[in-house]
Write a protein that binds this ligand. Structure first.
Ligand SMILES: C[S@@+](CC[C@H](N)C(=O)[O-])C[C@H]1O[C@@H](n2cnc3c(N)ncnc32)[C@H](O)[C@@H]1O
Length: 238
């Protein structure tokens, strides 16, 4: 059986993309498009990070969003993409730096299951390692850098809000909303908007974890009722 630890490795993805034409992680566009379409304009410059061989970018293009740039760190994936979908842009970059993408050049950044691929070595989401915190922060800061002042970041994820929200709001400069979708497994659509502040009363139920582990930050003031929510968590689930 293949080890999920490989999902961090560039060599793993290059080998996989040498023969695999398509694989859709988590969910396809039809399952979450209703959550995203109202937030997009046809003229938006859209950056898809950790795009893999998902059809998401092509689905966006077909829906009329024709300014799409795809980023992945797999050289083979990027070469395949250029051949297969030349109507879109393809850039080989690490999403922790996005070094080829100019600052403030994007209206929308989207990712699906790519942040999670850097977290596969984590033993417990309750106690993220320094490496995990550093990687996630690097991605979020890169995304903030390439977005214009009122741009949005859309993250489609299976990471539960009480783990993801602290990571998002400890990087100030944007708001955050969460919606759930999925028939059997539940997935999350996180939307962050630059230039806004997070609604901590709304998000407070997720942020109690900030008080208990590595995520502690002095830049976030917690709502007073966050302790109540903590008592409602079923710890047996984790
Ligand atoms: C789990 S797959 C998700 C692919 C696609 N987003 C989807 O939903 O089907 C993770 C993707 O992230 C890419 N990736 C992993 N680490 C990366 C990094 N540091 N920088 C850029 N891309 C990375 C992999 O090459 C792979 O395409």
């Amino acid at each position: 059986m293949e080890s999920k630890l490989q999902y961090k490795e560039n060599s793993y993805w290059n080998k996989r993309f040498a023969s695999e034409a398509h694989f859709e992680w988590l969910a396809d566009w039809k399952k979450f498009q209703r959550l995203i379409l109202p937030r997009l304009s046809k003229s938006d410059r859209i950056l898809h990070i950790g795009c893999g061989n998902s059809r998401l970018s092509h689905e966006l293009f077909e829906a009329g969003f024709t300014d799409v740039t795809n980023v992945d760190f797999s050289e083979i994936l990027i070469e395949n993409g250029k051949q297969r979908y030349p109507e879109m842009k393809w850039v080989c970059n690490d999403m922790r730096t996005l070094h080829s993408i100019p600052s403030g050049s994007m209206d929308v950044v989207v990712e699906k299951a790519s942040i999670e691929s850097l977290l596969v070595a984590e033993r417990s989401q309750w106690d993220p390692s320094d490496q995990a915190i550093s990687d996630v922060d690097a991605i979020l800061r890169s995304v903030q850098r390439v977005l214009k002042h009122d741009g949005i970041f859309i993250s489609i994820s299976f990471t539960q809000p009480h783990f993801r929200i602290p990571a998002i709001i400890r990087n100030p400069g944007w708001s955050c909303t969460v919606e759930t979708f999925g028939d059997y497994f539940h997935y999350y659509c996180y939307v962050m908007k630059m230039g806004e502040s997070p609604d901590l009363n709304e998000l407070g139920k997720y942020s109690s974890i900030l008080q208990n582990n590595n995520y502690v930050t002095s830049s976030v003031t917690l709502p007073e009722d966050s302790e109540d929510w903590l008592q409602g968590i079923d710890f047996e689930e984790f």
